[in-house]
Every structure is written in structure tokens, then in C-alpha cells.
Write a protein that binds this ligand. Sequence first.
Ligand SMILES: [Zn+2]
Length: 239
Amino acid sequence: MLVTVKGFPGVLRVGDLEIAVSISDRRKSVRLTVERDASVTAVAPPQVSRDELVKMVEAKRAWLYSKLAEHRDFGEARPAREYVAGEGFPYLGRSYRLRIVESGSEVRLIRGRLELNRGGGAQELVRWYCRVGEPWLKRRIAPWASRMGLEVTGLRVQPLGYRWGSCSREGRINIHWATMQLPPTLIDYVLVHEVAHMLQPHHNNDFWRLVERTMPDYQERRERLRRLGPDLWLPDVGG
Ligand SMILES: [Zn+2]
């Protein structure tokens, strides 16, 4: 049986880790699991405190990271990019070449080229993905959420480490900026996945049934996402 204690079930954040915590009065100790999609869940006994949970996660941090490295969808091999004219960067499933400009403005996509200031690099491009991603994803997620009878109260685009997205029970969704490199049909899968977490934090049968009802071909998309992950551009700029 699931019972509610202060703040849980809910999401616990420890550094860049997000752990979906549920409470079970059948448990004597905390069970920490890295799910197949690189999300982390914990089942804790009712008397556990937030501090104890944080301590335990910190103690297991090295183990968690090694597990995440095995499971992450992003994969390992990642083509390095140079910030020179002609270099290609993916956006919504297509590759756009860089044009180096002297204009002094921010990165922009114009006439099929990504304009980057001379001397600019990963940080400027990541900021661009975040900036264009937020309005695009907000428009894109609304019809999916309403189809599922839910309302997304906030959406932010940011670095999320190994994860495509995360979701709070209050309906606030975070999406990894690198998601904007994917084709829209795969972004849709990421969005439906996160909206489904508003109802069900765990990847259990109820969760996948909900995803399937909304998106009958989700398994195919999920598989494509797995294969595409390693090809995405993911520079080391804090996530
Ligand atoms: Zn998930």
C-alpha cells in the first residue's frame, strides 16, 4: 500500500540527480533503482526523512552514475563539432550549417543557415536551442496534454544531464535542450512521456498503457530515439 508522508511521493533532487520517490509501508529500507530509460526511482519506508534520503543518495552517487552511464539513451559515441563555417548542427531532425558572422547578435537560424558570431561556440548554440525550444515545445505539448486530459503549467528547456525530460506532479515539465535536435515525431514521444508522468511517476504498466493510449506507435518512436541519441550534439557545457 502506498501512504503519503511529508513531501513524498514526489521528486527528490540531489545535485543533478532527480529521484522519483514513492513510500511503501512494506519496506524496511530504501530501494534505489535506475530504470531502463535512465530515470532513478526510490521506494522508501514511511518513517524515512528527506535528509536521510539525500544522505543515502549521496552515499550511492558513484554507483548511480555508473548505472546511468550504462542506461542513458544519449549513448557514448558523439561526433565532436567545430565552430567553423559549414559545420552541421541538427535542429528538428535536419542538419543546418554554420555561417560565421561579425554582427554581434545572438545565434539565429536565417535562410537555412545557423548564424554564429566569430569566436562563439557551444554556449551560444546551447542558448539558442533553449531560446527557440521553449516557445516551440510549449505550442507542441498543449494538444498532447489536452488529449490526455491534463494541463501543463510550465515548461522549461535546459540541460538535464542524461535525461530527455522530467516532470513534477504539479505539471511543470523540463525538457533537455538537445531534444530540439530530434525530428518532431520523436520530440512528441518525449513530450507524451513526460505528460504521462504527471499521472504516474513510475515506469510501470499503468504508465506505459497511458502512453500507448495517447500514442499507439510509441514503441517504434522510443526505439528510434534510442538509436538516434548517440548522434546528437551534446557538448560539455554543464549537462
Ligand atoms: Zn520516464
